[in-house]
Design a protein around this ligand. Structure first.
Ligand SMILES: NC(=O)c1ccc[n+]([C@@H]2O[C@H](COP(=O)([O-])OP(=O)(O)OC[C@H]3O[C@@H](n4cnc5c(N)ncnc54)[C@H](O)[C@@H]3O)[C@@H](O)[C@H]2O)c1
Length: 251
């Protein structure tokens, strides 16, 4: 893994960092010597990851938060800021790809899916803006997905949220650019998190994946983390308002 010396001692905030791609992000930024705060509703997994990295001498702070509650999100960010310093890298990672049939969606479920998959990306970005302005710059990375580009069915509110992320980064990049704050999206293809392996990776699905990807190997959470490291680093200093697809050539 590349080492970006400018990430050392930076305060990085990652949402949904307790498991899956988020845990790989926490691990990768901590390995750069960054101070990593992460928010997640999974207290057990969050505490276990935090303990494991602290045992290696890395600087991590886990704050249990349900990101659907914007006041709790703001309080969690304040805790990270107070303990680790002003946040200059934000990775808006949390989401949940729960399947749903359109006929069964109630208004409450609709609001819940948008809150789970989109709303916190806006409010976390808003909350770190003063820190990044004060620091003279920063980087925000928002997780989208290829699911909406590939036209996946069975989770319309997830795919709608993930496409909304692209509109969000295009506008925030414009608004935050004068403060030297870069805002980009990352759109993963099928990434083999434990959850994906447990729930969806049947032999048939794996064969379909292989057929669709130009590159035939499975994509791993660490592959996504490496792209995020680059986008967060000064090596990407003039890259903003872009969406980076990391899917092995699926779409
Ligand atoms: N894994 C994939 O194949 C894939 C593909 C495309 C996009 N993505 C995107 O990458 C990101 C990470 O995906 P993943 O596969 O690691 O997901 P995951 O479901 O494995 O992990 C998501 C993490 O977010 C947390 N989380 C979810 N809702 C939360 C809430 N309301 N409050 C606090 N924490 C919450 C979960 O507890 C979990 O730790 C997501 O934005 C997802 O849309 C993943």
């Amino acid at each position: 893994m590349a080492i970006y010396t400018d990430l050392k001692e930076k305060t990085v905030l990652i949402t949904g960092g307790a498991s899956g791609i988020g845990a790989a992000l926490v691990d990768a930024f901590a390995a750069q010597g960054a101070k990593v705060g992460f928010l997640d509703r999974d207290e057990t997994a969050g505490a276990a990851l935090s303990d494991a990295l602290a045992a290696k001498g890395q600087q991590v702070r886990f704050v249990p938060v349900d990101l659907r509650d914007t006041e709790r999100l703001r309080a969690g960010i304040e805790t990270v800021r107070a303990e680790l310093g002003g946040i200059t890298v934000l990775v808006n990672n949390a989401a949940h790809d729960e399947r749903h049939a359109t006929e069964e969606v109630t208004e409450a479920y609709f609001d819940d899916r948008i809150a789970t998959n989109f709303k916190h990306q806006f409010f976390a970005s808003q909350a770190v803006l003063p820190d990044m302005k004060a620091a003279g710059g920063g980087a925000i990375i928002c997780m989208s997905s290829i699911s909406w580009m590939a036209g996946f069915g069975g989770m319309a509110l997830y795919t709608a949220s993930k496409s909304a992320v692209i509109g969000l980064i295009r506008s925030l990049a414009r608004d935050f650019g004068p403060f030297n704050i870069r805002v980009n999206a990352v759109s993963p293809g099928w990434i083999m998190t434990q959850r994906q392996l447990d729930l969806w990776l049947t032999p048939e699905a794996d064969a379909m994946r292989q057929e669709r990807q130009a590159l035939k190997q499975r994509l791993l959470p660490a592959d996504v983390a490496k792209l995020a490291l680059f986008l967060a680093s000064d090596d990407a200093r003039v890259i903003t308002s872009q969406n980076y697809i990391i899917d092995g050539g699926w779409v």
